[in-house]
Design a protein around this ligand. Structure first.
Ligand code: AMP
Length: 303
């Protein structure tokens, strides 16, 4: 049974202190699916684009065993566009533009073949749409959800309804503080888990990620890269690596979830090494696994 991924597909214009790209492939569903494809398949993608979405991007997704039966292509419609500019400190990003375009009237329709998926990942889109996807699924037993400040501020009530139905929420540190109205991350994590998700992952950019599971807190480092080219999509790649590994192993124990967090961190590190999705286009499982092993050495120490 495939892994169901819903989220944005978009054309990103990104500027960093090193370079600028225009209308490059982006979107949460794209980063998630490319990353998860190195562990498992097929991926059942659900989303929407306009007829301006380049064919070469469709081909790239299909080459990664991504089934596009759930992708709506709107005749005469304009694809979602996002633009961001990174500062010299790459942790700081200004969003210059968010044009929802075809997402504004998107009504996700899950093809029958996809409805039986047991693993679902709701990439960052309007929580109203994320709920509509869940409503159509037959009996998903593991739902992972991502969101961002745009929705925490703009669609809080809908997001709170959604959180009651998800197993894992993945957000970054500033989003966790915003969601919980609490500056301390440990307290914020407790409050967020009381809203529904059994497991919570808080991403801290170049400082790694925290997994809150049962009464455990697990801390994974970020891979120390000398050259970070474009941080766009790091969070989504993390989520894709995380769920891809869990879907492959079908093991939802806390110990296996820790490994999934490290695989997620590995995929995020490949993502930021190149512009747009380029760092995720030509990987293979061995390279991913080698990087995973490097993470082991990063935080191994004697008793
Ligand atoms: P990240 O760097 O992990 O936050 O992900 C960046 C990706 O998210 C970009 O490729 C954007 O196209 C996409 N994105 C940005 N804002 C939104 C939004 N409001 N809804 C859906 N996708 C978005």
């Amino acid at each position: 049974m495939g892994l169901l991924v819903v989220g944005s597909l978009g054309l990103d214009t990104v500027e960093t202190p090193f370079d600028k790209v225009e209308n490059a492939l982006g979107g949460s569903a794209v980063y998630i699916s490319l990353s998860s494809s190195y562990f498992t398949g097929p991926t059942y993608m659900v989303g929407v684009v306009g007829d301006d979405f380049p064919k070469k991007y469709i081909n790239l997704l299909e080459d990664h065993n991504i089934d596009l039966e759930g992708l709506q292509v709107v005749d005469g419609g304009k694809t979602f566009r996002w633009s961001g500019k990174y500062h010299y400190d790459l942790n700081v990003r200004d969003t210059l533009l968010t044009e929802l375009n075809v997402f504004e009237s998107f009504d996700p329709v899950i093809p029958d073949k996809f409805k039986k998926s047991k693993f679902v990942i709701l990439g960052n889109i309007d929580p109203v749409l994320q709920i509509r996807v869940l409503d159509q699924m037959e009996d998903p037993n593991f739902v992972v959800c991502d969101t961002m400040n745009y929705w925490i501020e703009g669609k809080r009530e809908e997001l709170l309804k959604l959180l009651k139905r998800v197993n894992v929420l993945i957000i970054n540190d500033s989003e966790a503080r915003l969601l919980a109205h609490e500056p301390n991350l440990i307290k914020a994590a407790r409050q967020i888990r009381e809203l529904g998700p059994e497991f919570l992952i808080i991403k801290k950019g170049e400082h790694g990620a925290l997994l809150f599971a049962e009464d455990t807190v697990f801390s994974a480092p970020a891979y120390p890269l000398e050259m970070i080219y474009d941080p766009t999509g790091a969070g989504d790649s993390f989520a894709g690596g995380f769920i891809g590994y869990l879907h492959k192993t079908q093991d939802l124990s806390v110990e296996n979830m820790k490994k999934a967090v490290v695989y997620g961190s590995a995929l995020a590190s490949f993502c930021v090494e190149k512009f747009s999705t380029q760092g995720l286009e030509e990987l293979d499982y061995l390279r991913v696994h080698d990087r995973y092993r490097e993470f082991l050495n990063l935080s191994k120490f004697d008793e």
